[in-house]
Design a protein around this ligand. Sequence first.
Ligand code: 5AD
Ligand code: SF4
Length: 488
Amino acid sequence: MVESHAEGQLPGGDPSRMTERSGTATARKLFIKTYGCQMNVYDSQRMADTLAPLGYRQSAGPEEADLILLNTCHIREKASEKVFSELGRLRLLQEAAAAQGRRLLIGVAGCVAQAEGEEIVRRAPQVDLVVGPQTYHRLPDLVTRALGGEAGRGLVDTEFPSESKFDFLPEEASPSGPAAFLSVQEGCDKFCSFCVVPYTRGAEVSRPVMDLVAEAQRLVNAGTLEITLLGQNVNAYHGEGPDGREWGLGRLLHRLAEIPGLERLRYTTSHPRDVDDELIAAHRDLEKLMPYLHLPVQSGSDRILGMMNRKHDAAFYRAVVEKLRAAQPKLALSSDFIVGFPGEKDQDFAATLRLVTEVGYAQAYSFKYSARPGTPAATAAAPVAEEVKSERLAMLQQLLGEQQQAFNRQFVAQRMPVLLERQAKRPGQLVGRSPWMQSVVVEAPQRLLGRLLEVEILEARPNSLIGRVVTLPEEKNGMEAPRMRATA
Ligand code: 5AD
Ligand code: SF4
């Protein structure tokens, strides 16, 4: 679960907000709280971009905001429940603002917005607007209408429009940072029986190659060294290439790897069925493609995989992993697992443990099955008892935790390139990412933020590595040398 708030935005130029004397837009404050996946983090940033021309700028917290957006997640019950309790808290904030003569707008975006739409404004009348993942390019219009007091109730826009939001979004106005996301594909046509994504995000749509090249180039121009391509089913990517033909993800990765100054590429999340030869070849041929892949399997039991409508069995998954590892021997794997899917018996769960033992994961996410209204599995027979789910989850997490520790330990006394991404909690320390997505903590001055440097690993912790920078950029005439190219 990711919770973040929008990065700073550039001031916009809405004439209605200009003061004649200064000619600058009156700053309105925006706070976005993001739940769920990386796609939501990307979307939140783009929502901030759409609102920049109305003069909305980042606020550090919700208290001083004029507009609060909750960018929500519907994937599991727990994630979705959070929205209504948060809306309760925001109502108090809205009332406090009104008592000071200030108007605080509240909006709900993301997958809960898509799934619940009108129900949200009915249950939570404090909500001024509801916008789905495919309609947030219309946010400026909705906000303007809400400010005008239109209808006196929440405005809801959750259709799946025929136009693509990407044709309407402004260029990125927010700073992207050393590691950025780029949404290349959205939606999913797989219809796993437990999953809400095909309903909340809609059918699969891929963005054209050259739009992505342009966005990636802008990110790199702004200092980004690493780009993670995002999609609910990213390796089903089939965007229009410059030759007018459909390009797959492997080809897209090749093209993006040509961008000078872009050092690292990743992509997430993939489906085993959509790993094609071109993508496997990309792992062999592209140095910039990091040797780490999140490839969810969900279960090791063919019976359960069938009921999940995963469209692959365990043998197929193992074969895909083998091909990928043959192409890139350094490849580390991650996965998602669901325990306690309806009808899961002890022997099914044992098959999952067996598959984990055989494949070996660098890290993984595991969840108890959570029935989602409207999905086929929600009405399936033979639900698994809560205690059994908890027991299985604990066993699986124990095994995955041991594998993660063993994976991390092998790097002690080794060197690896690390992209220093952010300040650590402790002053004087920075946190970066290894090629294998491990968090690496180093003692380093602030000025090294955003650098890709060689780090020696001193210690392996369960969830991170502790390291020491071995090469430092030289300083000439008080100026820093250009960014270092890391050596593996
Ligand atoms: N219950 C539990 N886990 C789920 N996931 C998706 N839907 C459900 C559900 N109904 C998990 C899957 C997916 C990840 C993003 O969330 O493992 O890969
Ligand atoms: Fe959901 Fe992933 Fe299955 Fe698509 S492939 S339905 S996003 S679990």
